[in-house]
Design a protein. Structure first.
Length: 226
């Protein structure tokens, strides 16, 4: 059994969801953490076909945060999926959301290490991070000596210094592979050479199957023309 964890799950049906469809086995555990309570119902609906799903309606907060009850900011302008929900009000304003439309929601907080500790599992297959401005700080908080996470994706567009994150993960034996979701927003890190080689094999297999399917379709098309 493996764990697949997404921090900032939104409503699902995203790149992480596609990864689950591709990589997760029937007995794997899927942990979805989403702070905005207005998204939980749709998130549950989108994952109802999966066997082992746990949805946690809490906000991931930095280590040493003085409060366990935090303010989450969102705006109806960004509804109904509220992609810009954030603990930082200015994060919304930077994305051209009018200050007058911003609303505040009280949410319980949990640190990344508390979350992993509650799972009682030291090995994580995949951790996806999309916390609207907090990604950098949360990665720095992860106890890599205690937890082995084989694959990490993170949105780097809001990072102050993404090279510090790359350096930190490299020091913990991660390789920067590329963006997982075919987007300029995400970085994909793979733990150790063995995991890296396994991922390469998986991608090569997918490419091979796509090529075979394409050739079959082409042959059928030529036969029809004849």
């Amino acid at each position: 059994m493996s764990y697949f964890i997404q921090l900032g799950a939104g409503v699902g049906k995203d790149g992480f969801y596609k990864t689950i469809l591709r990589d997760a086995n029937e007995n794997d555990e899927i942990i979805l953490v989403e702070a905005n309570k207005f998204l939980i119902k749709q998130l549950e609906s989108n994952y109802k076909s999966f066997k082992n799903v746990q949805i946690i309606n809490k906000s991931i907060i930095p280590e040493g945060f003085s409060k366990k009850e935090v303010s989450l900011y969102y705006s109806e302008e960004n509804g109904p999926n509220y992609e810009m929900s954030s603990l930082d009000k200015n994060h919304l304003i930077k994305h051209a959301i009018s200050e007058n439309s911003i609303k505040e929601l009280s949410v319980k907080g949990i640190t990344i290490n508390e979350l992993l500790e509650n799972l009682n599992e030291k090995e994580i297959n995949y951790l996806a991070i999309d916390l609207e401005g907090l990604d950098e700080e949360i990665i720095h908080n992860i106890n890599f000596k205690k937890y082995k996470i084989y694959k990490i994706t993170t949105e780097h567009i809001h990072m102050k210094n993404r090279y510090k994150i790359i350096k930190k993960l490299y020091q913990n034996n991660y390789f920067l592979f590329n963006d997982e979701f075919k987007s300029e927003l995400d970085l994909l890190f793979i733990k150790n050479k063995k995991s890296f080689k396994n991922l390469i094999k998986k991608y090569l297999k997918v490419i091979y199957l796509m090529t075979v399917e394409k050739n079959i379709t082409r042959k059928k098309s030529l036969q029809i023309k004849k």
